[in-house]
Design a protein around this ligand. Structure first.
Ligand SMILES: Nc1ncnc2c1ncn2[C@@H]1O[C@H](COP(=O)(O)OP(=O)(O)OP(=O)(O)O)[C@@H](O)[C@H]1O
Ligand SMILES: [Mg+2]
Length: 220
């Protein structure tokens, strides 16, 4: 992004913020509560528009594109709270990893159970012991498992930009290592930006760390 400025009702959040995130390594964002980390994701994913400046994806100006258009371009994100469909079962939730397929194909996978897609979901759920919950309503999972389901669905989306807002918060520590490994794998070929508080996790991600402070961003 280049020279991005954003204020909310006169409160300056960013002023002339310029930063290039690159793939190959995880980009890690740190900063105090309220420093604008989630807002940075809102700018990149299109939920919030800057008052000045540009958001670029591989030098293409995407500043005026909607959240949906950017998602279709492969910008996917997780949120601080788990976004799942509580009344759908766990496996059907996992199928949202395909939501950016052409619409028709996605609906087929959801309602008619296209075999290939269902098997893909089962495989990624199995690794994290969620397969046995395939037919349970996602809203009945423990909160930790709801976040895990949400994260796995995002990580298994065929995106090219992954924005992960505190991905490990609330998730059973026994899975940390494999999730961190997966995030690094994705980062080797895609752009991955992770907001993280825990220094242990930041170290394990072996990424490039940026700090948000006073509306500016600094390499650490
Ligand atoms: N849509 C909005 N309208 C008005 N103010 C907002 C909006 N979104 C964020 N803010 C304000 O912008 C500032 C940065 O918020 P943000 O959620 O980006 O912080 P954060 O770094 O993610 O914090 P945390 O560590 O608590 O998640 C806060 O002062 C917040 O109140
Ligand atoms: Mg936040």
């Amino acid at each position: 992004m280049k020279y991005v400025s954003l204020s909310f009702r006169g409160l300056k959040i960013f002023e002339n913020l310029s930063v290039d995130f690159v793939s190959g390594k995880v980009n890690v964002i740190v900063g105090e509560n309220g420093s604008g980390k989630t807002t940075l994701f809102n700018l990149i994913s299109g939920l919030v528009k800057p008052q000045n400046g540009k958001i670029l994806l591989n030098s293409e100006d995407i500043t005026s594109l909607s959240f949906e258009k950017r998602a279709k371009m492969g910008i996917v994100r997780s949120f601080q709270e788990a976004k799942i469909f509580r009344f759908m079962n766990t496996c059907d939730n996992g199928l949202f990893a395909f939501r950016y397929l052409p619409f028709e194909r996605f609906f087929k996978s959801l309602f008619r159970g296209v075999k290939k897609e269902r098997e893909y979901v089962k495989a990624f759920l199995k690794e994290f012991n969620l397969e046995e919950k395939c037919f349970s309503k996602a809203g009945e999972l423990s909160l930790g498992n709801q976040r895990l389901l949400n994260l796995l669905t995002v990580l298994n989306t065929k995106g090219r930009v992954f924005l992960l807002d505190e991905p490990l918060a609330g998730i059973n520590e026994v899975f940390y290592e494999s999730i961190i490994k997966r995030i690094k794998e994705i980062a080797s070929e895609n752009l991955v930006i992770v907001i993280e508080h825990s220094w242990g996790t930041i170290e394990a991600l072996e990424g490039k760390v940026y700090k948000l402070e006073g509306g500016k961003i600094f390499g650490v």
